[in-house]
Design a protein around this ligand. Structure first.
Ligand code: ANZ
Ligand code: ZN
Length: 823
């Protein structure tokens, strides 16, 4: 009796034991590691990439694990298919997030970050992803950021990095500049504080020069549709015209250029509006109006961007005292300034067409300016009064020679006409802005620039890289708008690389998004210190075959990494210009119906679950709770299903070698082939939840009523389970007598398409085209037999009603139609 219990306990599925064993094995055997030689000699390279994590102090959360598991399953599956899969991971450890946390807990980031990385590494090993730890990156490592700095210099040499005075987004709480992409609804992406505007001297990357290409390639790259769309909107192409309005101030002519998407409405432009920051405002404001204009400008400066951009806000503005000429009508029209015109879009000035633009309409109403109709819709004419702006189609009126032209044609015609007068031209405008990449913070790679009073701005010579970030005791940012590095004199004072005289380093550091814009290019080449990436390895492994990540990076990381790749391509370092062959977004996890958030206290930390149920069951559950690309709801109780499935699989294979011999037959054979087919096709589409459901269903069929399984029914299922639950799959595979690891020998099972078809089919029997019976028949039944069976059916006999069969239409395995005539 006691020995029986012993056997039972010994035989039970104990994930902790199995997982510990296989993680040790994989380590000992280097199952997941690739040497550089392996990378060079790989026959079927497949680069499986996932977005590398920021190693927070809280450790890996379930959202990370969800992303990584889904990506790892794909990589493991490819490996089981016999491909040489490269699956690296690293740490995106610079940036405000880490720095703010370090400030909060009072630990220097140079101590804090290595600690976090260590903890993350432990957790990443525990979840059973097949990471190649031979090829890992840490963005805070000088051997990595040496090349981040080198990339900055490449952009500098290409004329794509420039320092300019610019109104920038300033977070008063983080005390730093933010890129537009980091401002969400007017607030700092990191801390939620309302963002202010400040005019500072900043480094910009001229990503706008690449706007057209970044947009164009979206037509063919294979990305999740919503991600592609988000990027398209962010780049935001608008087609229109630039029109120049001439004026005279203090005897000197000047031009106000406007960008408009509606050149067809130019005859209705009854006034102009400049952004209060527009550079012409000073020179064209008349003496009488100056005090009021200045007062308005300072009020706008103090305003946050959310308020400023809100559409509902009452219109405000002031008249500058100046007039300019509408080139279409020749009329003098007043020039105003108002906060609803933004400096950073188009030219920072508009022609106001109150008859057909809503904001201009409200503005004209508020300040009693002329509203003129220049478009008449169906049933209207030039004199029909306007009680709201009409933004729709129609024909032109009050528009001189263009009267009667439909709006669809008028834009191009008027642009051409204005062009002939030298007052306009076709223009494409993008919403995208240049990328502000300097940060007045500490925790980032120093920008490799030196300023010399005699020689000016100089790039650091490549051989002097990396410019190592000094260990500054006091790294707290302040109000000065300068980086904490500006307080480290012994660091920033350097000899000029050109004249040897006294010079100063740039004290700003670069944006974290620069660190992450190129990490995937580095992974295959981490062994090399003398080149950023080895050309041969790069040709072999890049572009990335499959990239999986969250949609929150659709417009930040994904856009920047495409841009940097294009620039490196143009500089001759890469022979491709799009970094990812495919990108798939994963969905979002919620917890019992609510979004996970720290403040709500419902963030799932994987560790305890993994402890209790094992990484395998946890991985499987994450993939089971919803379609991977859509996300799902995490419920504690949900883990039981996948755990039971794995236990049952275990109990089928392990205890006392009870598997029977002989082939799978009948329904089970068909079900086996159907299951292999479904799992194969579903994984390829990342439909993991339905793949898992199919395996569960199959196992239920095999064990129905406590039936003892045949080896041939169960062995092919082990590789199917392996991407999801790799540890237990390895253990069962070994138990079945296989000596080589599942992942070392390609063992994904094939299915026989013919065998996925059931042996019996349902034949539809029609009489004169109407369905009168459905009869089960053996697959492949011939017409003669089918007809005989149909004619024997009672219902069919009734509808034949004694008529003679004149014609038979027969579709094998589907349908037989008996056409009868009157007797
Ligand atoms: C005249 C006009 C008449 C306009 C009309 C619209 C309707 P999208 O499509 O977003 O590109 N605009 C241009 N620059 C601006 C700025 N810096 N701040 C605020 N508004 C600006 O929008 C282009 C339109 O937005 C332009 O076309 C301009 O108004 C306005 F019946 O010009 B339109
Ligand atoms: Zn010098």
């Amino acid at each position: 009796m006691s020995s029986m219990i012993e056997i039972k306990e010994k035989d039970a599925y104990r994930p902790a034991h199995v997982e510990e064993k296989w993680q040790r094995r994989w380590d000992e055997r280097g199952t997941n590691l690739r040497s550089d030689e392996d990378l060079r000699s790989a026959k079927r390279p497949f680069y499986n990439l996932m977005m590398f994590p920021y190693p927070s102090a809280e450790g890996l959360h379930v959202g990370n694990m969800y992303a990584f598991t889904g990506a790892d399953i794909y990589g493991r599956w490819k490996r089981l298919l016999g491909e040489d899969v490269f699956e690296p991971i690293g740490f995106d450890a610079f940036g405000i997030h880490s720095e703010n946390f370090a400030l909060k807990v009072g630990t220097h980031p140079m101590e804090l970050i290595p600690r976090n990385v260590k903890n993350f590494t432990r957790q990443l090993r525990r979840i059973g992803a097949m990471y190649d730890w031979n090829h890992t990156v840490n963005t805070t490592d000088p051997s990595y950021y040496k090349w981040t700095q080198w990339i900055f210099l490449q952009l500098y040499h290409a004329g794509l990095a420039e320092k300019k005075e610019a109104p920038v987004n300033w977070c008063p709480s983080c005390k730093t500049v933010l890129a537009n992409e980091q401002v969400i609804a007017g607030r700092c992406e990191r801390c939620g504080t309302l963002v202010e505007q400040r005019v500072l001297s900043q480094w910009f990357f001229r990503i706008t020069e690449y706007a057209a290409r970044l947009l164009k390639n979206l037509e063919w790259i294979d990305w999740s549709e919503s991600t592609r769309k988000a990027q398209e909107n962010w780049i935001g192409r608008s087609d229109g015209a630039e029109i120049r309005f001439r004026g005279i101030a203090a005897g000197e002519p000047y031009d106000i250029a406007v960008f408009t998407t509606r050149p067809d409405t130019v005859f209705g432009a009854t006034f102009m509006v400049l952004a209060p920051e527009h550079s012409l405002v000073d020179s064209l404001t008349t003496r009488e109006r100056r005090a009021e204009v200045e007062d308005y400008r300072s009020r706008v400066r103090a305003m946050d961007m959310v308020t400023r951009k809100s559409v509902e806000k009452a219109k405000t503005g002031v008249f500058t005292g100046a007039y300019c000429t509408n080139p279409a009508t020749g009329e003098e029209i007043p020039v105003w300034i108002a906060d609803y015109v933004l400096m950073e879009y188009g030219t920072g000035a508009i022609m106001a067409v109150p008859g057909h633009d809503e904001r201009d309409f409200e503005f004209a109403r508020t300040f009693d300016l002329e509203i003129r109709r220049v478009i008449a819709a169906e049933g209207e004419d030039a004199a029909t009064p306007l009680d709201a702006a009409w933004a729709g189609e129609g024909v032109l009126v009050n528009s001189g020679a263009f009267d009667g032209t439909p709006t669809q044609d008028a834009g191009a015609a008027i642009t051409t006409w204005l062009e002939g007068m030298g007052a306009g031209s076709v223009r494409v405008n993008y919403r995208l802005h240049d990328w502000c990449i300097s940060r007045q913070r500490y925790w980032g790679p120093p920008i490799p620039i030196i300023y010399c009073d005699a020689c000016g701005t100089l790039p650091v010579p490549d051989e002097d890289l990396p410019i190592v970030l000094p260990h500054a005791e006091n790294y707290r940012p302040d109000e000065s708008g300068k980086s904490p590095l500006a307080r480290v004199e012994e660091w920033y004072r350097v000899p000029c690389p050109k004249c040897g005289g006294e010079a100063r380093r740039e004290t700003d550091v670069s944006d974290t998004f620069l660190d992450s814009s190129w990490y995937f290019l580095r992974y295959p080449s981490t062994s090399f210190d003398d080149v950023v990436f080895d050309p041969e390895l790069t040709r072999k492994w890049l572009p990335v075959d499959c990239y999986i990540g969250g949609e929150e990076h659709a417009v930040l990381h994904l856009l920047y990494s495409r841009f940097i790749t294009m620039v490196l391509h143009d500089r001759g370092f890469l022979d491709f210009e799009e970094p990812y062959r495919t990108f798939r977004k994963h969905g979002l996890l919620i917890k019992e119906g609510a979004k996970m958030s720290k403040s709500r206290g419902n963030v799932v930390i994987p560790d305890a679950y993994i402890e209790e149920w094992g990484a395998d069951a946890f991985r499987m559950y994450l993939m089971f709770l919803g379609p991977y690309q859509e996300g799902g709801d995490f419920r504690d109780s949900g883990l039981q299903g996948p755990f039971k499935f794995l236990s049952r699989l275990w109990d089928t294979v392990v205890p006392a070698n009870q598997l029977l011999d002989g082939p799978a037959t009948g329904d089970l054979e068909q079900k086996l082939h159907t299951t292999i087919r479904k799992v194969t096709e579903d994984i390829a589409r990342l439909d993991y939840n339905t793949a898992i459901a199919a395996m569960m269903e199959y196992l239920n069929a095999v064990r129905e009523g406590g039936r003892v399984a045949k080896r041939a029914e169960i062995e092919p299922v082990i590789p199917l389970v392996a991407p999801f639950a790799p540890h237990v799959a390895e253990e069962l595979w070994e138990h079945l007598g296989n000596e080589v690891s599942l992942f070392e020998a390609p063992c994904w099972p094939d299915y026989d398409a013919v065998k996925t078809l059931a042996d019996t089919i349902e034949m539809v029997v029609q009489v004169n085209g109407k369905v009168r019976a459905r009869i089960a028949m053996a697959r492949g039944t011939g017409q003669k037999e089918a007809q005989a069976a149909a004619l024997a059916d009672e219902n069919v006999i009734r509808f034949l009603d004694g008529g003679r069969v004149r014609k038979v239409i027969f579709v094998p395995d589907r349908l037989i139609n008996l056409v009868v005539g009157q007797p």
